[in-house]
Design a protein around this ligand. Structure first.
Ligand SMILES: N[C@@H](CCC(=O)N[C@@H](CS)C(=O)NCC(=O)O)C(=O)O
Length: 214
């Protein structure tokens, strides 16, 4: 399999954790987002959205969208499952993952930040306020959901990490990177600490990737 990603991309980070939990290897190709490599003709032919990640499977199938990639991995390599067996719980886990992937993350994306800077006259203070607002709101909702569920498990929805956790940890990494104070969100911080203790999560961290740069 060939995986196209970038060390700092939290969507690629989610997939890296999934690969690690499942013990799967892949060839990695870095798409240097900062210098615009995602817009090259070659990459755009592979992923017309000009975003990472993209997975090309051993059978030559080209997959985009991290959640679709992760669910494909989960169904193709089911030995260690990322989703619970229970159908109701599975829907709850997917909803949680979608809050992060569909509601929080898109508002912090490079192209969105560039657009508001270039077209809406947002300076760095306004951009930080934008980021801080949406990131905090989204993660506070994640915290409220987990508090409401009232589970006392090490991970979001159980005692083993799954889809919800592999979305949460990269999002908390982004909050830290952007200097958003989420210290009041104790449940998600505890879960993040439990994730950080696992090599599957640690080895997926941006600073441990071959294309990492300061
Ligand atoms: N919903 C997509 C989001 C993909 C995405 O936004 N990727 C970002 C990096 S995390 C990207 O490639 N950004 C490039 C850009 O904004 O130009 C997924 O989950 O895969």
């Amino acid at each position: 399999m060939k995986f196209y990603g970038y060390f700092r991309s939290s969507s690629a980070y989610r997939c890296r954790i999934a690969f690690n939990i499942k013990g799967l290897g892949c060839d990695f190709e870095s798409v240097h987002l900062k210098s615009g490599a995602q817009k090259s003709t070659e990459y755009a032919a592979l992923n017309p959205q000009k975003l990472v990640p993209t997975l090309v499977t051993n059978g030559g199938l080209e997959l985009t969208q991290s959640l679709a990639i992760i669910e494909w991995l989960d169904e193709t390599y089911p030995e260690v499952s990322l989703l619970p067996d229970d159908i109701d719980l599975r829907a709850q886990v997917r909803a949680f993952a979608q809050i992060i992937a569909c509601e929080i993350h898109p508002l912090q994306n490079l192209r969105v930040l560039k657009y508001i800077g270039a077209n809406l006259n947002a300076g760095s203070d306004e951009t930080s306020a934008w980021l801080g607002h949406w990131l905090y709101e989204g993660l506070a909702a994640c915290e409220a959901i987990l508090q409401k569920n009232g589970r006392d498990t090490a991970f979001c929805f159980g005692d083993a990490p799954g889809l919800a956790d592999l979305c949460l940890a990269p999002q908390i990494f982004s909050a830290t990177r952007f200097g958003v104070d989420i210290s009041a969100l104790t449940r998600i911080n505890d879960i993040n600490a439990a994730c950080a203790a696992l090599p599957e999560f640690r080895n997926a961290e941006p600073a441990r990737q071959p294309d990492y740069e300061e």
